[in-house]
Design a protein around this ligand. Structure first.
Ligand code: NSS
Length: 437
């Protein structure tokens, strides 16, 4: 499309390697400023920002005048000389020797000022270009990659679970239904867990990582209609193994971004001393102990009630690290959870709450392994048996104890970035009142 460039095309992030050399940069206008005979042009290319300096007489007259036509987000190709400049953001600037606009635009809707979040969400397709949003997306990429590395390094096999499913996994009230041609209804997956259990009986240790869907009728800072979940499942694992595995995972993920994405965390003004607390072991407490702690702090909760957003916030403010809360009452949890032998009213389950008020980021449990107990559960939870025959087969043919958990990527990312709401933690959020863009 473009004539070959003589100077190498480089990423802004790599400019320090090219000090004193001629380079070509392709990107978009971030900011424009004039002062006398000098024009300043801050360009972004997705890897960083750099200031270009245009001095009349040091580049073709025609190129110099192109500057006046540019508006924020016009796209262009710059050629110039890289030089160190302590006062410039990033420590380098480019003395421009050539400027070729590719697409000139004016009136970019998102100016360098405060905008309301409703407006920004309407402009999400453009808002992604803001440096803050880029930083969040890079952190998301790092976390997703780190999840895969973690499980791969530990011998877990990636098994992709279906999105179109015949049944619910996490309760029928949040199902998204769609017509499956002439075969009736299909539902968008709320979790890959049930299929992952089948895969664990084949491969031992497995995980999946994909989009999940929940028609959440509540409008909170923690809920999306579509979110990404990484889920692990392992044959012969018990609740204790899962507690350890999810703690190891979260520690690994947070240390990984601290190690590799410091620049982005800095851009977000994230206090990383709080994140680095993950190096120490995570406190563990039973649901019953958690209820007592809440009551001691004056929260009106009685044993047997599930924690709502407020209780989670309070609990997660009591610790400077993620906390593992285990053994909730069985009646407030999903049908597939194994009961505690010592107290069958309790489920062998765990929720991990992130600190600083972020609340639940992980849910997991040991699964019912016995066929008759599972059959009774289906009745108790008013779930149809026929579409789950395959799941029951896992208890008919070589059933073993097994356990797993799911980590919500956006909730983890919101905490890691210190975001107020999960809507900024996913490129195109699906919310109660939003399906655009
Ligand atoms: O409902 S969970 O607690 N558990 C499961 O889905 C299990 N079937 C996972 C498993 O054991 N394989 O959801 C797990 C996590 C939860 O802790 C959140 O981090 C996240 O999924 N989650 C959500 N994130 C954003 N928005 C919504 N609506 C949401 N629901 C759950």
């Amino acid at each position: 499309m473009f004539s070959p460039e003589i100077a190498p095309v480089v990423n802004i992030a790599d400019l320090p390697q090219y000090e004193g050399q001629a380079v070509t940069i392709r990107g978009w206008v971030y900011h424009l400023r004039s002062s006398g005979k000098v024009r300043f042009l801050v360009v972004r290319d997705g890897t960083g920002l750099v200031q270009g300096v245009l001095v009349k007489g040091r580049l073709p007259e025609e190129d110099f005048h192109q500057f006046d036509r540019l508006g924020q987000e016009s796209s262009l190709i710059l050629r110039g000389q890289v030089r160190a400049e302590l006062r410039a953001p990033g420590g380098y600037e480019v003395e421009v020797t050539g400027l070729t606009p590719l697409h000139i635009c004016q009136n970019y809707p998102i100016a360098h000022k405060e905008h309301g979040v409703g407006f920004l969400l309407d402009q999400r397709h453009l808002w992604l270009r803001a440096p803050r949003q880029q930083a969040i997306l890079r952190l998301r990429d790092e976390l997703a990659r780190a999840c895969r590395d973690f499980f791969y390094d530990r011998g877990f096999v990636l098994v992709d679970t279906p999105i179109l499913t015949p049944t619910a996994c996490e309760g029928t009230t949040t199902l998204f239904a769609t017509d499956y041609l002439d075969r009736g209804k299909a539902y968008l997956s709320q979790s890959g867990q049930l299929y992952l259990e089948a895969a664990a009986m084949a491969l031992g240790k497995v995980y999946c990582f994909g989009p999940t869907f929940r028609a959440e009728k509540s409008k909170t800072r923690r809920h999306l209609m579509e979110f990404w979940m990484v889920e692990a499942e392992a044959a012969f694992y018990l609740l204790e193994d899962i507690l350890q595995l999810c703690e190891d995972l979260v520690r690994y993920l947070v240390l990984r971004v601290l190690e590799r994405r410091n620049r982005e965390l800095e851009m977000l003004d994230r206090d990383t001393t709080l994140l680095s607390k993950v190096s120490q072991s995570f406190p563990r407490l039973s649901y019953t102990e958690a209820v007592v702690r809440l009551q001691t702090e004056g929260v009106a909760i009685t044993w047997g009630e599930d924690f709502g957003g407020d209780e989670e916030t309070r609990l997660s403010q009591m610790f400077d690290r993620p906390v593992l809360i285990h053994r909730y009452p069985r009646q407030i949890k999903a049908f597939y959870m194994e009961a505690d032998r010592d107290n069958p009213e309790l489920a062998l389950c765990v929720d991990m709450l992130a600190p600083e008020g972020y609340g639940e980021i992980i849910g997991g449990s040991q699964r019912v392994a016995d066929l008759d107990i599972l059959l009774a559960r289906l009745q108790e939870y008013h779930l149809p048996q026929e579409p789950l025959e395959w799941y029951l087969d896992l208890r008919r043919y070589g059933s073993v104890p097994h356990a797993g958990f799911g980590l919500g990527l956006e909730r983890l990312l919101a905490w890691v970035c210190g975001l107020k709401h999960v809507r900024e933690a996913i490129p195109f959020p699906r919310l109660l009142d939003r399906l655009y863009p």
